[in-house]
Ligand binder design. Structure first.
Ligand code: NAD
Ligand code: MG
Length: 384
């Protein structure tokens, strides 16, 4: 029996690549649920091709259009966040690929985890915002949380067969993004068209800006802390511009393991969908003989302050990462709208971290309130 897959955020970069994997392995996978926020055209197209049983459009205003197109195909259509949560908590699928971007992905991912489901996690913001609550539920309900983020998939793969207690540190690699080596006098004037040009990966707009500002690596440190139960001081970041080594693990005996491959998200997506099996494919492969050198350098945290801010909130804990995440979502949107400059993003995030009340042991409701308050406050910093 093929595994039935729910792709949350099927119209995005990860979502479309997850569908590519399904298309290449019709014997192993079948699409059961596809969801989108606004892009009803692509959702309808995908549903006509992959024939899932359920389609969900988050934007309720688009329900009629989607339903009119898909009801004749025998596809059940739902709308709104409530439906995303209900279907995630239901038993129609085997694996949920959590590929919604941002805080918006938290509620459905948590709903799946609370039912002890298997989740392929691309949505790192879920763990940044509420990692303590999500991981406690994973343990309590015996859910399987399999990372899709390439660095975390690499670490996960390095840990197969190992005793987690033998890990001394994890080393996340970062490409450095389009502005590697640049200084503030250059960054002050960069425009979104330049920031959106990532050297190695083609991704959604938000994560591409996060990669340019190194916030992505900051979010990934926090993601790693929760996924692998390591302390902040056990997490290192190294810039590796070729994006071939996807991350490394060092063990207590000093031995290190790394996972390598060409930068292609279909690999970690496929790994999460097929886990614990490995399946063959015809993707282009990394040929070590053709690479003259793989290089490594320290990240420049003085210039790319987001990485330092993310590290601070990771150490501080409580609702601080939730503040960082919410502020970041607002400033990235503002940068994409040309409302603020590239370097101003870190300034506003820092201002939010100073302003929003710290809560040491937040409840889920505290996280929701913190997210809301931070967005409201951060927006006032942009309008003025
Ligand atoms: P994207 O912008 O390309 O796609 C986002 C998807 O989420 C779309 O299908 C969109 O319809 C849906 N969505 C957006 N807002 C929503 C809302 N409010 N409610 C419901 N659905 C909503 O993003 P992406 O690049 O595919 O990234 C998705 C997630 O995966 C992010 O958390 C990102 O950090 C993570 N990730 C992406 C990559 C990559 O290569 N793209 C790599 C690693 C991790
Ligand atoms: Mg990554």
């Amino acid at each position: 029996m093929p595994k039935s897959i729910a792709i949350y955020g099927s119209t995005g970069s990860i979502g479309t690549q997850a569908l590519d994997v399904i298309e290449q392995h019709p014997d192993l996978f079948v699409a059961e649920v596809l969801t989108a926020n606004n892009n009803e055209k692509l959702l309808i197209e995908q549903c006509k091709k992959f024939k899932p049983n359920i389609a969900i459009i988050a934007n309720e205003e688009k329900y009629d259009a989607v339903n009119a197109a898909l009801a004749p195909e025998g596809i059940k259509v739902f709308a709104g966040e409530k439906s995303l949560i209900e279907v995630a908590a239901g038993d129609t699928y085997d694996v949920l690929i959590a590929a919604i971007v941002g805080y918006a992905g938290l509620s459905s991912t948590l709903a799946a985890v609370e039912q002890g489901k298997t989740v392929g996690l691309a949505n790192k913001e879920t763990l940044v915002v509420a990692g303590d609550i999500v991981m406690a539920e994973v343990a309590r309900k015996g859910a399987n949380l399999i990372p899709v983020d390439s660095e975390h998939s690499a670490i996960f793969q390095c840990l197969v067969g190992e005793n987690p207690a033998d890990v001394s540190k994890v080393i996340l690699t970062a490409s450095g993004g389009p502005f590697r080596g640049k200084k503030p006098n250059f960054l002050v004037n960069v425009k979104k068209s330049h920031a959106l040009q990532h050297p190695n990966w083609e991704m959604g707009a938000k994560i591409t800006i996060d990669s340019a500002s190194l916030m992505n690596k900051g979010l990934e440190m926090i993601e790693a802390k929760w996924l692998f139960n390591v302390k902040p001081e056990q997490i290192d970041v190294v810039v590796h511009p070729q994006s071939i080594i996807h991350s490394l693990v060092e063990f207590i005996d000093g031995s290190q393991k790394a996972q390598l491959g060409l930068p292609d998200m279909k690999l970690p997506i496929q790994y999460a969908m097929a886990y614990p099996q490995r399946i063959s494919n015809d993707f282009p492969r990394f040929d070590i003989k053709k690479f003259e050198s793989l290089t490594f350098e320290k990240p420049d945290i003085k210039t790319f302050r987001n990485l330092a801010l993310a590290k601070d909130v990771m150490v501080k804990g409580g609702n601080a990462p939730c503040v960082l995440n919410a502020a970041n979502e607002i400033v990235v949107e503002a940068f994409l709208n040309n409302s603020i400059g590239f370097l101003e993003m870190s300034d506003k995030i820092e201002a939010c971290l100073e302003k929003i009340k710290f809560i040491d042991v937040p409840t889920l409701q505290d996280y929701k309130d913190t997210d809301k308050e931070t967005r409201a406050y951060c927006s006032t910093l942009i309008k003025n």
